[in-house]
Design a protein around this ligand. Structure first.
Ligand code: NAP
Length: 351
């Protein structure tokens, strides 16, 4: 089988690096183009990144000699994975979609557009059909799909089995989000060492609206958002990788702790999908009284599994628990790749 050619926009950033890493030896995809800002364009990736490479392991060999392009259509690839800064992603991603490319984006700009799928393949794979409507409405040869905000994804994975099994009415969530979630160089060290910052611009709004769209139902050409109200408090903490979230939920039906843990454990909708990046289990429940912790659990399922723990009664709502997910993998690069894999199996790319 010939591999599908992939371009990576924003290849020099934290998410771009992670995408390049995860696509080393991917069975379906091959990186044929990389692009970033004008200041990086025209240079070899290995040279630009020699002192900027920020994740483990080393720069993948296959990309060292590749030349960085500007982010304009004309890249030799069928699909682009976009890890662009949101200050520039809106127009660039639209230009690529207009020019006929499939775009799988990590940026927030298009997520809440009514004709753009906001996907977590384990939760709402059927929303991919919005692409047909998007193309018709916008007259594009290509299309855009998006993955959620990095803290939305862990929370929403945990909420889906609750919604399906018991109904879900209210969610209150407080996040403790890792530094790599702010990109590079991110938060100045003088602001965060020995400290936390109880504010992340626009983050609470994203968490509150995106979860409802993802958990919503596709009806004709639109998504009817889930009714569960979400209230979020977002904090930046001095952890490198991983977003930890403390959530309280009000369910529609009564449930015991055992039934809820069983619902988390039994949740693996992609079990037989064959998608290469799908983890064996998207959720694992940890019984240790002090888990999950970023240091111990962030890499569960190669960074694609969200870890849950500390399920207990809530005195205000019904239950509370802690969920942790890897912001760069499950919350960004791995999510965009999993979406691309879904697009292949649903026939939107690689025909
Ligand atoms: P980052 O480290 O700041 O990287 C930003 C990338 O955008 C770099 O490759 C940069 O290229 C490129 N860029 C900036 N201005 C540009 C321009 N005018 N034209 C073309 N390219 C330009 O950010 P990141 O953390 O990787 O995040 C990338 C995107 O993913 C953002 O939209 C972010 O909100 C989203 N996201 C991030 C995370 C996370 O955990 N970090 C999670 C979910 C979603 P140069 O190096 O050449 O400047």
């Amino acid at each position: 089988m010939s591999k599908i050619s992939i371009g990576v926009l924003g290849a020099t950033g934290m998410v771009g690096q992670t995408i390049l890493n995860l696509l080393s030896n991917h069975p379906w995809f091959e990186v044929t183009a990389i692009a970033a800002s004008e200041q990086s364009a025209g240079k070899k990736y290995g040279e630009v990144m020699a002192s900027r490479w920020n994740i483990s392991p080393e720069i993948p060999e296959y990309v060292r000699e590749m030349k960085i392009s500007e982010c304009r259509p004309g890249l030799e690839c069928e699909m682009v994975l976009s890890a662009l800064d949101s200050s520039v992603a809106l127009e660039i991603e639209q230009e690529f979609a207009k020019a006929g490319y499939a775009v799988s984006s990590n940026a927030s700009n298009h997520r809440m557009h009514p004709d753009v799928p906001l996907l977590i393949p384990e939760v709402n794979a059927d929303h991919v059909k919005l692409i047909d409507y998007q193309r018709k409405k916008r007259g594009w040869k290509g299309f855009i799909v998006t993955d959620p905000n990095c803290s939305t994804i862990g929370l929403t994975l945990a909420l889906k089995p609750l919604l399906d099994n018991f109904g879900l009415e209210k969610v209150i969530v407080t996040t403790m989000q890792g530094l790599s979630g702010a990109g590079y160089p991110g938060v100045p060290s003088m602001d965060i060492v020995d400290n936390l910052i109880p504010y992340i611009k626009n983050e609470e709004e994203k968490l509150e609206s995106e979860a409802q769209k993802i958990l919503g139902k596709l009806s004709g050409t639109s998504i009817k958002p889930a009714e569960a109200a979400v209230s979020a408090n977002c904090n930046r903490v001095a952890v490198r990788y991983g977003h930890t979230e403390c959530a309280s939920v009000k369910l529609s039906e009564e449930a015991t702790e055992d039934e809820i843990i069983k619902a988390f454990d039994n949740f693996h909708p992609l079990k037989h999908s064959g998608l290469p990046s799908a983890p064996e289990k998207p959720l694992i429940y940890l019984t240790g009284e002090n888990r999950p912790q970023p240091k111990l659990d962030v890499n569960a399922g190669n960074g694609m599994t969200a870890s849950i723990g500390r399920l207990r009664k809530c005195n205000i709502l019904d239950y509370k628990f802690v969920v942790l997910s890897h912001n760069l993998i499950r919350g960004a690069a791995g999510a965009a790749i999993l979406n691309a894999e879904l697009l292949k199996t649903t026939g939107y790319i690689g025909k």
